[in-house]
Ligand binder design. Structure first.
Ligand code: ZN
Ligand code: ZN
Length: 509
């Protein structure tokens, strides 16, 4: 097993524990161990042989045992016990999109393998990529309905299974509520469509179809209409295909009718991450490791943006250390042919709105991220003016996690985002969509307003380990829900375009 395989398994365990609402210190311990293993440059199997697993950061005797088990057996019996164990307490927890997607990667192949079931796909809120979901919804096509019902009832990973028409409700072993729509193969596509969009979206489109073709998709009796793909349903309404992320009844049907649907940004458009941390501040991976991971993802650039000096709790860099890091980046660059490593910083916005580093230092960096990490309880006016003053600094390229919310833990602070957007437009500053699973900040609605105002959005992960670079998928889904196109997202630019964009604000040219 490679380090990243072991790390992935530890990380998966952490996510499962979190979903089940287990002790958060335990969750955090697994998370920390995952990061440590992912970031370790020594081979994990070698460390085991040398009996040196405990030299990993944050790995004590207990976790050493778990890592040993993973290496020896390729799995973790703890997870298997959890998966076959008793039903966890559901509670009133917020289900993050990331958790729902993690569950889907486990659940979908499992459901697809059940006797009587031929096809499965996520639907509803998960398919629309809402930032939090109430339940995980899946459409199942049955080759044999009776057999499929039977196998769902007997599946060891489903609890409290009950049926109501074609809807099967259950609770998964990970603790998340499920809604499974069990239909014949012929009804699969229509059911996927009916359950993906919000009720309003579905009603709106169905009404157009009824008016134009006299077909009532919502109340079909006798012979039902069959579709081989969702695009055919929209075609029946005389509309182009509407992506799942847009099916929220926020004007997308009218936009589609007017030929004004945005061509949404895609994961494949993404060229590089502009906000990551390394072990120079509170990240766990060295710069080379982070760069190698970005290179492996096919990125063209990666900005190293460790914390600035006043964020002592996160190991913020002194000006000397920062200078040292910049020269180290220069040396590291020789090892990479396709990836450009950009120098940068995540600089605190201080209480008066000035930046936590002198202008001449900031001017020498490629990317300057400005962040609020203090004074969350200040008045909206004060916070807004701090952020706006930071944006007037010509060296500031991007404002990170502008509303400061933590999903399920902390509300957005009282900042006036319309004012921030106006100011971003006026100063040529980009706003970040932070892809951390519990941030997704700014959210889809604000990002849509930014787009309208002509503000560029930068989708970044704020990764503190190589594993977290993958969170970019979450940020992209926020951008898509906001209706952002490739042009609206800074990270789709080529290296040359990016560098000239960054220079433009600085030099005013
Ligand atoms: Zn931050
Ligand atoms: Zn950060």
């Amino acid at each position: 097993l490679r380090n990243c395989d072991v790390a992935e398994m530890l990380d998966r365990t952490a996510r499962i524990l979190a979903m089940r609402g287990e002790n958060r210190y335990r969750v955090r311990a697994y998370k920390r161990a995952a990061r440590a293993v992912a970031s370790e440059s020594r081979d994990i199997e070698m460390l085991l042989k040398q009996n040196r697993l405990h030299t990993l950061d944050g790995v004590g005797a207990g976790l050493s045992d778990k890592i040993r088990e993973i290496i020896k057996t390729g799995k973790l019996s703890l997870v298997e016990r959890l998966e076959s164990g008793k039903l966890p307490e559901a509670g009133n927890r917020v289900i993050l999109l990331a958790s729902a997607l993690t569950l889907c990667t486990e659940l979908l192949p499992e459901l697809e393998g059940l006797p009587g079931i031929s096809r499965v796909t996520p639907t509803g809120e998960v398919r629309r990529c809402r930032e939090t979901v109430e339940r995980v919804e899946v459409v199942l096509a049955a080759s044999d309905l009776a057999l499929a019902r039977e196998s769902l009832t007997q599946s060891p990973s489903l609890h409290n299974v009950s049926f109501e028409g074609n809807l099967c409700r259950a609770v998964h072993n990970f603790g998340l509520p499920l809604a499974l729509f069990l239909v014949s193969e012929e009804d699969f596509v229509l059911t996927v469509w009916l359950t993906t969009g919000t009720e309003e979206h579905v009603r709106e489109v169905a009404a157009i179809i009824k008016e134009q073709t006299d077909t009532d998709l919502l109340h079909q009796n006798g012979s039902r209409r069959r579709f081989s793909k969702e695009a055919d349903i929209y075609m029946l309404a005389g509309l182009p295909y509407i992506e799942p992320e847009l099916r929220e009844a926020r004007g997308e049907v009218a936009a589609a009718a007017a030929g004004k649907l945005p061509l949404l940004v895609q994961a494949s458009d993404y060229q590089g991450d502009l906000h990551v941390h390394t072990d120079w501040s509170d990240g766990t991976a060295g710069m080379e490791k982070m760069a190698a991971a970005a290179d492996e993802l096919g990125y063209r650039y990666l900005a190293v943006t460790d914390h600035s000096r006043s964020l002592k709790i996160a190991g913020g860099l002194s000006l000397d250390r920062l200078a040292e890091q910049v020269s180290m980046i220069g040396r590291l660059q020789h090892k990479f042919r396709n990836l450009t490593i950009l120098s940068g910083i995540e600089a605190d916005i201080l209480d008066d709105g000035s930046m936590d580093a002198p202008d001449d230092v900031l001017a020498g960096l490629d990317v300057v991220i400005a962040s609020i990490h203090s004074g969350f309880r200040q008045s909206g006016e004060k916070l807004t003016s701090r952020i706006c003053r930071a944006m007037h600094n010509p060296n500031v390229s991007i404002v990170a996690h502008a509303t400061g919310r933590l999903l399920g833990k902390r509300n957005a602070y009282d900042v006036d985002m319309d004012e921030v957007i106006r100011c971003a437009a006026a100063t040529g500053t980009a706003l970040e969509i932070n892809s951390s699973p519990d941030r997704l900040d700014i959210n889809d609605k604000i990002a849509a307003r930014a787009r309208e105002a002509g503000v560029l959005v930068s989708v970044n992960t704020d990764a503190h380990s190589t594993l977290e670079l993958a969170n970019v998928a979450l940020g992209i889904s926020v951008a898509r829900r906001a209706g952002l196109t490739r042009d609206d997202v800074l990270n789709t630019r080529s290296k040359g375009e990016l560098l000239s964009y960054l220079k433009k604000k600085k030099t005013g040219a």
